[in-house]
Design a protein around this ligand. Sequence first.
Ligand code: NDP
Ligand code: GUA
Length: 493
Amino acid sequence: MTELHRFDLRARLSDASLLREAALVGSRWIAASKSGLAVTNPSTGAVIGHVPDLTPADAEEAIAAAALAQKAWAARTAKDRGQVLRRWYDLMMAHQDDLAAILTAEQGKPLPEAKGEIAYGASFIDWFAEEARRAYGDIVPGHAPDKRILVLKQPIGVVAAITPWNFPNAMITRKAGPAFAAGCAMVLKPASQTPFSAIALAVLAERAGLPAGLFSVLTGSARVLGAVLTASPVVRKLTFTGSTEVGAQLYAQCAPTIKRLGLELGGNAPFIVFDDADVDAAVEGAIIAKFRNNGQTCVCANRIYVQAGVYDVFAEKLAARLSTLQTGDGFAPGVTFGPLIDGKAVQKVAEHIADATAKGASVRLGGRPHALGGTFWEPTVLTGVTADMAVAREETFGPVAPLFRFETEAEVVAAANDTEFGLASYLYTRDLACSFRVSEALEYGMVGVNTGLVSTAEAPFGGVKSSGLGREGSRHGLDDFLELKYLCLGGIE
Ligand SMILES: NC(=O)C1=CN([C@@H]2O[C@H](COP(=O)(O)OP(=O)(O)OC[C@H]3O[C@@H](n4cnc5c(N)ncnc54)[C@H](OP(=O)(O)O)[C@@H]3O)[C@@H](O)[C@H]2O)C=CC1
Ligand SMILES: O=C(O)CCCC(=O)O
């Protein structure tokens, strides 16, 4: 790659030191060599910079440093830990524009959406800075006259985190916030496509006063580093966000050392629009639920079920509204949809559309690569979609809205639940009884009723079935990084 194909991100930053071509191993920054791993801008293919290709020995060093730092960190008061987190949050917000520019450069999402992700990501640090002080235990009436039962909550210890490219900031903070609040240490392996957002977070964590060794950011082969993190008996928990396939593999790798697991995996979210819904609100909700991050989120609506009475009007309004929104480079003003992350993602989108149309679906909007070329794809609406098509079973992870027609509540609930996944689901109706009945019947960890966005630091994010284990965010998110210890006190006469 010549200098002509380099993307000068530093020139866009107010604080260029946030773009660091190095990984953090314990307290040691390891700079990328010339043979380091290149990170590219998905909008242009241009190289942004390089990160080091670390070895298993580096990963072992990070784990050892984490174990050492964790003990002292856990011994500090929760208030003290919360204050460090609060300083980290303040720094993230003070550098929101720079963090967003780094994120857009390596991930592709439009700059305003990237700024939104930084605020969303920072909100987990803010939330858990406060929750640190609320890791309450219990005093339980004893089971014998001379006995008392105390239940303490203590940090799990060293945690390994593996995170994806679709939310390069927020998927880290949603794990690091509760881990550090609880008194744990974290060794992070971010996605290879988006390491600079993770590294910038580590730079700010140092400035906030997070102790040396408590937070490492490893770059390099996921397979090699992942093997060390999962095999280590010192690592007591693995928290992962990514594909179900890799999640299942990591689950198996963690079995010999019996680790706690937090898994945020794939989804196949149903988005149900009943005849009595506010159709305009449902269209706006669908645009958020389906097209946020250009369709590349695990909570993205994957199957849009519309009742027969409003099917045609919904399809028409959705296509009309989408055709007013612009696709392009995330740094260009006025852009709503960026590129897809890579060629593999484009191939999956193309295959899903080809499969659906071969089986009888019609393209109402888009359906082809965008004229900009590269990995840009036109926002697509498919009508006449049926259960035998690949879009009904697999997560598309792209800007394709397949519209299924349904007649009855029972039929749509059965169709919505007919999947191995169970992460997010959505429904639009004005009928309160229907909204309760359907919410209760949906086999999902999250239900959005008359809203297309359920994610927030205050709520427990997570899924059932093949969508994963555990919850992130909310007070429950802190518990996922704590162990219960029961003390039986005898001789109390
Ligand atoms: N639930 C979600 O939020 C996400 C779901 N997905 C789904 O997964 C599909 C594939 O996306 P992809 O990025 O490949 O997702 P992956 O699950 O492959 O990647 C997620 C993270 O896991 C790491 N990883 C990959 N393989 C291993 C391994 N053997 N051991 C340890 N870590 C590993 C990756 O590292 P590296 O980047 O270095 O390979 C990355 O950090 C998407 O199309 C989408 O359907 C993808 C991302 C997020
Ligand atoms: O796609 C993901 O991995 C997480 C979804 C982002 C969110 O809504 O928190």
